[in-house]
Design a protein around this ligand. Structure first.
Ligand code: AQP
Length: 346
């Protein structure tokens, strides 16, 4: 049985408007993983251009995600922080995976359907092939654990399908090259915490998203204290007071979402929160939630601003992380080339 080194990989797209959902569903988890695993955190700029990005805005967004990682507590010296396009092996392995994955598999991806909208003919080929690149991001490090929000579950399942098919299709060649029981691990999604799917503040049935045209729908990681308080005050709720029991949150998407955010930010159980705020007015709860959100995000926002003032430092962090990422990815990609039957200079 091949023993895979336990390794965490995850990524965030530099598409602007980094929000509380990205923080609670992903970045906060990334920070926690650092004590237990060797972690690789990637600013996935190649994913970002699957939809149009203004080049200057893209550079800024890459630095902003990097700053958010570091300001949130990711240690780029102990772990690896880099941007995807600096490690060519991601795109190289993605091509091999494009040839392993089946059209039918990608056709079932709900995120493509949502992002492409009605005019699928006008969507980029990259947007369609996005999940194969995501599989390559993870597997080019033979990563075993992937912390993500709930919305990425289907893509993670596809990564496992691609790894399985590669291991099966090339089983003989994999064994001939000295690897026992498959070349790629089947990466485990880690979808954990109280807020794996943070919903829009304007519509509890839609996830909080960078691309929502309404800025009121999300708390941005760069929002100041007044903006955060005002967005939470204006967050949609129903006319009922908060329930005292968890059961009472059923069918009340907006209330459920705000309580989940409170729970994720405070580390308190939902029952405990409802014990304190149940039966009371929403306004009292919203004030406490705003204070909590500001207390949690403000130090991060301040540190992000400080880091963003020195782009050369951020670029140096990314260059260093990319060089270290390459030392892991290059030999794995070389083995893939050998397994597939390519000829390479040795
Ligand atoms: N609302 C959310 N709740 C919890 N987790 C979330 N994530 C995203 N939205 C939520 C998680 O954040 C990580 C990075 O996401 P991404 O930037 O790679 O892309 P995304 O999932 O497409 O994020 P957005 O914000 O929704 O962007 P748009 O609007 O462009 O689609 C992932 O782990 C994701 O699960």
């Amino acid at each position: 049985m091949t023993k895979f080194v336990e390794r965490v990989f995850s990524g965030v797209q530099p598409t602007g408007n980094l929000h509380l959902g990205n923080y609670l569903g992903a970045i906060q988890r990334f920070v926690e993983m650092q004590n237990k695993y060797n972690c690789i955190y990637c600013v996935v700029d190649e994913h970002a251009i699957t939809v149009w990005q203004d080049p200057k805005g893209l550079q800024n967004a890459i630095r902003e995600v990097t700053a958010a990682f570091i300001a949130s507590g990711i240690d780029p010296k102990a772990h690896i922080v880099f941007n995807q396009s600096q490690v060519a092996e991601h795109a190289e392995l993605a091509w091999v995976f494009n040839c392993v994955a089946r059209m039918g598999w990608l056709n079932r991806m709900t995120q493509f359907k949502e992002k492409a909208g009605k005019d699928k003919e006008a969507a980029s080929v990259g947007l369609f092939a996005y999940p194969a690149l995501m599989a390559a991001d993870i597997l080019v490090y033979r990563a075993t654990h992937v912390p993500v929000g709930e919305d990425q579950k289907q893509h993670l399942e596809l990564s496992r399908d691609i790894a399985t098919k590669f291991n099966n299709d090339f089983a003989e060649s994999i064994a001939a090259h000295g690897f026992e029981d498959g070349f790629f691990p089947l990466p485990e999604p880690l979808i954990q915490g109280a807020a794996t799917r943070v919903m829009s503040l304007r519509d509890g049935t839609k996830k909080m998203s960078k691309s929502d045209p309404s800025d009121l729908s999300r708390i941005n990681m760069t929002d100041d204290a007044d903006t955060i308080a005002s967005k939470i005050r204006k967050a949609r709720t129903d006319p009922e007071p908060l329930p005292s029991e968890e059961e009472g949150l059923k069918g009340r998407a907006e209330a459920d979402n705000l309580v989940a955010i409170f729970s994720a930010l405070s580390g308190r159980m939902v029952a405990d929160i409802l014990g304190e705020f149940g039966g009371g007015q929403f306004s009292t709860f919203k004030t406490a939630l705003a204070d909590l959100t500001v207390a949690k995000l403000s130090p991060i926002t301040t540190e992000m601003k400080r880091l963003m003032a020195d782009p050369a430092h951020i670029d140096a962090v990314l260059a260093d992380g990319s060089a270290r990422a390459r030392t892991i990815a290059a030999p794995i990609m070389n083995s893939v080339k050998d397994i597939v039957g390519f000829i390479r200079a040795k």
